[in-house]
Design a binder for this molecule. Structure first.
Ligand SMILES: [Ca+2]
Ligand SMILES: [Ca+2]
Length: 77
């Protein structure tokens, strides 16, 4: 049970390039590009943030990210 959370946390830290504990649209775009998903549009990134952003601050915190990937809704394509 801990392993999927640890994997999600590791992924989160990889995406959080400035280490502030929040994923911004820019960081998510960089992460998508790093994963080879060159087709990620602004609207797709926006939709990704909205799908995970439970507190509505426009960024994805660790708990929000873990909640998203922990439920198998995270797409790497
Ligand atoms: Ca950040
Ligand atoms: Ca948030």
């Amino acid at each position: 049970m801990a392993s999927s959370r640890e994997a999600a946390e590791a992924e989160f830290r990889r995406f959080d390039t400035d280490g502030d504990g929040l994923l911004t649209a820019g960081e998510i775009r960089q992460a998508n590009e790093a994963l080879g998903a060159h087709g990620a549009s602004e609207s797709e990134i926006e939709a990704f943030i909205k799908s995970a952003d439970n507190d509505g601050d426009g960024t994805i915190g660790l708990e929000e990210f873990v909640g998203l990937v922990g439920h198998g809704r995270h797409e790497k394509a």
